[in-house]
Design a protein around this ligand. Structure first.
Ligand SMILES: NC(=O)c1ccc[n+]([C@@H]2O[C@H](COP(=O)([O-])OP(=O)(O)OC[C@H]3O[C@@H](n4cnc5c(N)ncnc54)[C@H](O)[C@@H]3O)[C@@H](O)[C@H]2O)c1
Length: 262
């Protein structure tokens, strides 16, 4: 699609964790919809590869190596995106500790690490782009939560089972933060929403989620499906574009209906 024709024509999007998996799918779809994309990740070479894929298809993209937990690096990221791409319309707060998670680690330091990246890191990124969006008096921040934020219909876990609980805790914090951020941001013309995906067959999922669990999820879906990364991109486009212009503070669950049964 030509860059001046899509639903996101003329917009500039920062997509964190864009080097692989679902983040990469957001990057490619946003570029197809006409957005210029900043592919942000710690995985530098992979991020450059995604940006190259976009430019080879006629789109506009840059790759930036940024640690989202660093206030300095994210401030520099916002500055550079504005300088090179002209503005910042969308932030997809997608980077998270997921693929690299070690659910067997029950230490407090692991719990701190997950919250530092998945919750505080997302807030740091939002704070970095906020002044530019406020100056424009427009912007859409899309936080990536997870259905892991909702308590599982399983027997209670041990109180100190931090490894498995840390991720869900970080993602439920993301849903809370989305509501709170949207209250303040509305007066500045900025919208803040979240997507809570169900288990999605990214490379990461294939590595860390056992096959029996995937089969269980399929059985729990009224549609008999699990998601592929591309199944989430339309929701992100919707939240980024004017079709959702009066929607803020919301979390959209996209999970093939599994949580209906939860
Ligand atoms: N895959 C699923 O089943 C699923 C389900 C629900 C929600 N999610 C969420 O969707 C998002 C993407 O998931 P995925 O499966 O593609 O995961 P992934 O692990 O493949 O991708 C995450 C990306 O974030 C990057 N990242 C991690 N820490 C970073 C940091 N400090 N600074 C910059 N980049 C950093 C990683 O390098 C990686 O490229 C995550 O927020 C995840 O929690 C995934």
């Amino acid at each position: 699609m030509a860059a001046d024709q899509g639903r996101l024509a003329g917009k500039v999007a920062i997509i964190t964790g864009g080097a692989q998996g679902i983040g990469r799918a957001y990057c490619l779809r946003f570029a197809q919809e006409g957005a210029a994309v900043a592919v942000v990740d710690l995985r530098d070479d992979q991020a450059k590869g995604v940006a190259r894929e976009i430019t080879q298809q006629g789109g506009r993209a840059i790759a930036l190596r940024v640690d989202i937990t660093s206030e300095e690096q994210t401030a520099e990221m916002a500055k550079q995106v504005k300088a090179e791409l002209g503005r910042i319309d969308v932030l997809i707060n997608n980077a998270a500790l997921y693929y690299d998670q070690d659910i067997m680690d029950q230490s407090i330091s692991y719990l701190r690490k997950v919250l530092e990246i998945n919750l505080i890191g997302q807030l740091i990124c939002a704070r970095a782009v906020y002044p530019i969006m406020r100056e424009q008096r427009s912007g859409s921040i899309i936080n990536i939560a997870s259905t892991a934020a909702y308590p599982l219909p399983l027997p209670p876990m041990p109180f100190d089972n931090f490894g498995t609980n840390a991720y869900g805790l970080s993602k439920s914090g993301m849903i809370y933060l989305t509501k709170m951020m949207s209250r303040q941001a509305g007066q500045d013309g900025i919208r803040v929403n979240a997507i809570a995906p169900g288990v999605t067959m990214s490379e990461a999922t294939k590595k860390i989620v056992p096959d029996f669990a995937i089969q269980g999820l399929k059985a729990g879906s009224p549609m008999g499906m699990t998601l592929e990364p591309d199944d989430l991109t339309g929701t992100a486009v919707y939240l980024a574009c004017e079709d959702s212009r009066l929607m803020t503070g919301q979390t959209l669950v996209v999970d093939a209906g599994v949580w209906l049964n939860g």
